[in-house]
Design a protein around this ligand. Structure first.
Ligand code: HEM
Length: 473
């Protein structure tokens, strides 16, 4: 029997990188977390002081200068109280979730700010926010590489402003007025067709080869792929919508909307303590993700800095596999709780593996029950998906749930906007999905309805834009 301790052993909560303030702007005004660094490394904010430490840690302190460090599991969608999160580029691959475990005033949800600039784009290592928009664009006929470069410059500048809690120049929409940055992240990616459209086929990464077909696929091409992909996440719905709308407007004549999907996760402050989020089947989902504190995290999730040749522009980048997976909730709800738990291999109440322990106890795939049967069934999702069953293949899952009303047959049109991050899809999503396609008990309750694969370049520094190394070098 395979040994699952090698890859999945990093079970503990994240324990680095974020220090978070305990108070919010009591006056309800949008906090001026504009990320401007002073000579001493401190960042000036109204009512708060943020400093970037040598270690890459970012500390946001209140007027009382009490910064509180807490642990947080990546994948935790809804944390107790306000979870002003500070991470991303500055924290890099080691960026981790650290939150308070005491409830805070709800207004502090707005104060979370994620830096736009840094070695990696935001929206990968940060916990998934309460509201998400996934959107793909196609370049307009006639839009060439120069037009694409100008678009990426516009989008990057706007994203940096909005993530800092400021309205981009010329934006008088008012949609996000009064709200803080609310942990807004904006992530940009290039689809396979982008390279054809911009005459950059010789720079197209091999990793953008189309994904293989899987037997369980029922894909709608109109809702998949696309030249450009944007992922938006924020803990406030208006802030997320504002970012989406503004980027659509900034696309101007250069790019046209291809598809859009809207998702959500548990709202910060909805649970009494920070915990891993649940999906629409009710399961705790995200427990056994690679953790930024794992030694192998960076190599699994990010393209190495020293990558050379035609793909050098992808240094510090990652590949996103995006699947809209509808859940057959009516069928699922007919299963008894015990059957549901055996389909996953974990308890529903607390996410503990059926081999025993608590949510964070390593899964014991060899454990046999008193009846002589495997504690975690042969087709349980966690067994079939585990790195141990897939020659070490692993990915970072960072999903949003979705609910688009009801289908003609009355069934809920709901499920998971599954997003997997990895340095190479052939060592992450593809082998695992191949295995799931053949022998996963959960797949009977799922329909993969759309698919996209995107090259997400590394982050950029101030004065640069995302994708510049591809579009200008
Ligand atoms: C709607 C679709 C899906 C649902 C509801 C779902 C649900 C879950 C749940 C509840 C867990 C256990 C908790 C955890 O470790 O996160 C889990 C684990 C996992 N899932 Fe999924 N999953 C879905 C699709 C997928 C897909 C498409 C893949 C990859 C191709 C995948 C890969 C994994 C992996 C790698 C694990 C961790 C296994 C381990 O090492 O313990 N899942 N999933």
């Amino acid at each position: 029997m395979a040994d699952n301790t090698d890859i999945t052993s990093g079970e503990e909560s994240l324990d680095d990188a974020r220090k978070v303030s305990g108070k919010s702007a009591a006056n309800g005004k949008r906090p001026a977390t504009n990320g401007k660094k002073r000579a001493n490394g401190k960042v000036a904010t109204a009512g708060t002081k943020t400093s970037v430490k040598d270690t890459g840690e970012v500390s946001l302190e209140t007027d009382t200068t009490t910064a509180i460090t807490r642990r947080r599991l990546l994948g935790t969608a809804g944390a107790a109280g306000a979870t002003a999160l500070i991470a991303g580029g500055a924290a890099g691959a080691a960026g981790a979730g650290v939150v308070r475990d005491k409830p805070d005033p709800l207004t502090s949800v707005g104060t979370g700010v994620v830096p736009f600039h840094g070695p990696h784009q935001s929206g990968i290592v940060q916990p998934a926010q309460a509201h998400g928009h996934l959107v793909a664009f196609d370049l307009a006929p006639g839009a060439d590489r120069r037009a694409a470069a100008a678009l990426m410059r516009r989008w990057s500048a706007s994203a940096a402003e909005m993530m800092g809690g400021r309205a981009p120049q010329g934006d008088e929409s008012g949609t996000a007025l009064d709200a803080g940055p609310s942990s807004l992240t904006i992530t940009f990616g290039f689809g396979r067709s982008f390279f054809d459209r911009t005459g950059l086929v010789d720079r197209r990464p091999a990793a953008l080869e189309p994904l293989p077909a899987f037997t369980g696929d029922a894909l709608d091409p109109k809702r998949g792929e696309g030249d450009l992909w944007v992922q938006i996440g924020a803990d406030d719905a208006l802030v997320a919508f504002h970012a989406l709308r503004l980027l659509q407007k900034k696309a101007g004549e250069t790019a046209r909307l291809r598809w859009q999907m809207n998702g959500f996760n548990r709202t910060p402050g909805a649970t009494a303590r920070p915990m891993t989020g649940r999906n629409l089947m009710g399961q705790i989902d995200g427990t056994n993700n690679p953790k930024p504190s794992d030694k192998s995290f960076s190599t699994r999730v990010f393209v190495p800095d020293n990558v050379e040749g035609a793909e050098a522009w992808m240094a510090g980048g990652s590949y996103a596999v995006v699947r809209r997976i509808r859940m057959l909730l009516d069928s699922w709800d007919h299963l008894s709780l015990e059957r549901q738990e055996r389909v996953i291999g974990r308890r529903k109440s607390d996410g503990a593996p059926l081999s025993g322990g608590t949510e964070t106890t390593p899964v014991d795939l060899d454990k046999v029950g008193p009846d002589g049967a495997l504690a975690i069934p042969g087709d349980a999702h966690v067994r079939v998906a585990s790195p141990a069953s897939n020659r070490g293949a692993a990915m970072l899952r960072r999903a949003f749930s979705y609910h688009d009303g009801f289908r003609d047959d009355g069934a809920p049109d709901a499920g998971l906007l599954f997003i997997a991050w990895q340095a190479d899809p052939m060592k992450g999503f593809v082998p695992v999905q191949r295995k799931l396609d053949r022998g996963d008990g959960l797949s009977r309750f799922l329909r993969h309805e759309s698919s996209g694969l995107y090259a997400v370049p590394g982050g950029c520094e101030k004065g640069e834009y995302v994708g510049q190394r591809l579009l200008e070098d």
